[in-house]
Design a protein around this ligand. Structure first.
Ligand SMILES: O=P(O)(O)O[C@@H]1[C@@H](OP(=O)(O)O)[C@H](OP(=O)(O)O)[C@H](O)[C@H](OP(=O)(O)O)[C@H]1OP(=O)(O)O
Ligand SMILES: Nc1ncnc2c1ncn2[C@@H]1O[C@H](COP(=O)(O)OP(=O)(O)OP(=O)(O)O)[C@@H](O)[C@H]1O
Length: 467
C-alpha cells in the first residue's frame, strides 16, 4: 500500500461568520487558481505547490479539529476552522523531501524562513526620507517590541538575506537563529524542533538544536560536545542553508521580466548591524554579491518589487478604484477584484509602467500588482534537507556539500494566498504608524567615519585638546 504524507489546509473565519459550502469551495478553488496561474508564473513550477481542493467526510473533519484544537496557538484562536463544509486544500507536506523517492525513510531536516520585504522603496511617492534609508522590517521591529509582540529587536535584516553576499547572508541567518520570532522554524522529520515565537533562552536552545542536528552534519560522530561543538554545528547549518538559498532549480516565464534595475533603491539598510559588525572585526565587503537569477530568493524579490509605487503612491489609486466600485458595485466581477485568477489576470500584471494616465485601468493594475507584491512579502520559504550517501549522489540531483556530509534538498515557497483588496487601507495606516513610531523613538544613527565609530562604549581612544 502506498501512503502519501499530505497537509490539509482549512479556511478560518472570525466566529459566527457563516459561509455556505459553495462559498468555501469557491474561495479555496480561487486560492489554488491563484497559485497555479499567477504565482507559478513568477516563481516557477518547481518552487510552487498550489495543491488541490478536496472534499472530506464531515465526521473525519470534526474528529480532526477536536484533535488539533489544543495544539493551536492561543494567538490564532480568534478565528474558527471551517468544519462544516467538508472542503479543504490538500498540499504536499513540504517538511518532507518531495523530490526524493529513495530517501523516504531517511531523517529529514526542514528549515522554514519567512524572509519579509527584501528591498528599500525606490518610489518617488515616498514622503519620509527615512523610508529610503531603513527597511520596513527593521523599522517595524521597534513598533512590534513596543506593542509587546516580541521581547527584543532582532538583528535580522531582510536586505542582508536577499543580498546574495554570503557573509551578509550568514549574518542574517545567524540573527534569525538568535531571535527567530515568526521568521524561522526548524523541523526534524516533520516535527517542530526550533522556533515558534516563544521567548526561551537562546543559548540553551542552540545546545538543544545542535543535539538534533549533530547526526545530520556529523553522521560518523567525530565531534565532542560542548559550546565549541554547538558553534561548529550551527555554522554548518548556516552554510548549508545559504547554499540552498542560492541554488537555482527552476526557470519561469516571469523570470525574463526583469522588473527593477538592481541599482534602484539602496542595497543596504542603515539599521542592519551587519556593517558595524564587519568594521568591528576589521573585515570588509570582499565577496561578490547579487542573487543568481534562478534562485527562489531572486524570484521572491522580483515579485515583491511589483510594489513599484510604495503604499504612499498606491493609496490614491486604490481610492480611485474604490470610488468607481461605489458608483458601479456590479462591476466588481468584471474588474476581477476577487478573481478569476486566470491567464488574463496574470497578463495584466506584466504592465510595469508607472506613468499615471488617470484611468481606472491604470489604478486597477497597480492595485493588483501591489496585492501580489504584498503576498510575496509575507510568504515563506521551505528548505528540506536529506542526508545523501556518496553512491546515491548522481549528476541529475542537486546536492549540497557540508564538511562531513552531503544533502539532497528541495526548496519551495508557501503561503501564497493573494492579500485581500480590503487590506489596503490597513496597509496605509500601518505604514504611517511604523514610520512615525520609528522617527519619534529611535535616535538617528551617527554616520560611520565621523563620531560614530569612536563613540563605541568599549572604545578607549584618548582625545587630546589643545589648551
Ligand atoms: O503587515 P506585516 O508586515 O506585519 O505582516 C503581517 C504578519 O506579521 P509579521 O510582520 O510577519 O510579524 C502576520 O504574521 P503573524 O500572523 O503575526 O505571524 C500575518 O502574516 C499577516 O498576514 P494576514 O493579515 O494574516 O494575511 C501579515 O500582514 P500583511 O501585511 O501581509 O497583510
Ligand atoms: N504544505 C505544507 N507543508 C508543511 N508545512 C506547512 C505547509 N503549509 C503550511 N505549513 C506550516 O503551517 C504554517 C502555517 O501555514 P500558513 O501560513 O499557510 O497557514 P495560514 O492558513 O495562512 O495560517 P496563519 O493565518 O496562522 O498563518 C506554516 O508556517 C508552515 O509551518
Amino acid at each position: 500500500m502506498i501512503t502519501r504524507c499530505v497537509v490539509l489546509r482549512f479556511l478560518k473565519f472570525p466566529p459566527n461568520r457563516n459561509k455556505t459550502s459553495e462559498e468555501i469551495f469557491r474561495h479555496l478553488q480561487s486560492i489554488v487558481d491563484f497559485g497555479k496561474n499567477v504565482m507559478t508564473e513568477f516563481f516557477g513550477e518547481n518552487y510552487v505547490h498550489h495543491g488541490e481542493v478536496v472534499q472530506l467526510p464531515l465526521d473525519f473533519v470534526k474528529q480532526l479539529c477536536l484533535k488539533i484544537q489544543a495544539e493551536r496557538p492561543e494567538s490564532r484562536c480568534d478565528k474558527d476552522l471551517d468544519t462544516l463544509s467538508g472542503y479543504a486544500m490538500c498540499l504536499p507536506n513540504l517538511t518532507r523531501l518531495h523530490t526524493s523517492h529513495f530517501a523516504e525513510h531517511r531523517p529529514i531536516l526542514c528549515v522554514e524562513i519567512k524572509p519579509k520585504c527584501g528591498f528599500i522603496p525606490f518610489s518617488r511617492h515616498v514622503t519620509q526620507e527615512m523610508k529610503h534609508k531603513v527597511c520596513r522590517y527593521c523599522m517595524h521591529q521597534h513598533l512590534k517590541v513596543a506593542t509587546g509582540k516580541w521581547k527584543q529587536i532582532s538583528k535580522y535584516c531582510p536586505l542582508d538575506l536577499f543580498s546574495g553576499n554570503k557573509q551578509r547572508m550568514h549574518f542574517a541567518l545567524k540573527s534569525l537563529l538568535q531571535e527567530a520570532q515568526n521568521n524561522l522554524k526548524i523541523f526534524k522529520n516533520g516535527e517542530l524542533i526550533y522556533g515558534c515565537g516563544d521567548q526561551r533562552d537562546t543559548a540553551a536552545d542552540w545546545n538543544e538544536l545542535a543535539c538534533h542536528l549533530k547526526p545530520f552534519f556529523y553522521p560518523s560522530n567525530g565531534l565532542v560536545g560542548g559550546p565549541h561543538c554547538t558553534g561548529t554545528i550551527i555554522k554548518e547549518l548556516i552554510h548549508v542553508i545559504t547554499l540552498t538559498l542560492l541554488s537555482s532549480t527552476d526557470k519561469c516565464r516571469a523570470g525574463d521580466m526583469r522588473l527593477v534595475p538592481s541599482s534602484q533603491g539602496r542595497s543596504c539598510c542603515e539599521a542592519s548591524p551587519f556593517s558595524k559588525e564587519l568594521l568591528r572585526n576589521g573585515k570588509s565587503h570582499a565577496e561578490g554579491s547579487g542573487l543568481p537569477r534562478g534562485c527562489l530568493l531572486y524570484k521572491t524579490l522580483q515579485a515583491q518589487m511589483l510594489d513599484l509605487l510604495d503604499i504612499e503612491g498606491l493609496y490614491p489609486l486604490y481610492r480611485r478604484v474604490e470610488r468607481h466600485l461605489q458608483e458601479f458595485p456590479e462591476e466588481r466581477d468584471l474588474l476581477q477584484i476577487d478573481g478569476p485568477y486566470n491567464e488574463a489576470f496574470y497578463q495584466k500584471l506584466r504592465d510595469l509602467s508607472t506613468e499615471d494616465d488617470g484611468t481606472l485601468a491604470y489604478a486597477l493594475t497597480k492595485v493588483q500588482q501591489y496585492r501580489v507584491a504584498m503576498t510575496a512579502k509575507d510568504c515563506s520559504i521551505m528548505i528540506a534537507l536529506s542526508p545523501c550517501l556518496q553512491d546515491e549522489c548522481s549528476d541529475q540531483r542537486p546536492v549540497i556539500p557540508a564538511s562531513r556530509a552531503r544533502f539532497a534538498f528541495s526548496v519551495s515557497v508557501l503561503d501564497l494566498d493573494l492579500k485581500p483588496y480590503e487590506s489596503i487601507p490597513h496597509q496605509h495606516k500601518l505604514d504611517g504608524k511604523i514610520v512615525s513610531y520609528y522617527l519619534k523613538n529611535v535616535p538617528p544613527k551617527k554616520e560611520p567615519g565621523k563620531a560614530g565609530l569612536l563613540a563605541e562604549p568599549d572604545d578607549c581612544t584618548l582625545v587630546l585638546h589643545k589648551v
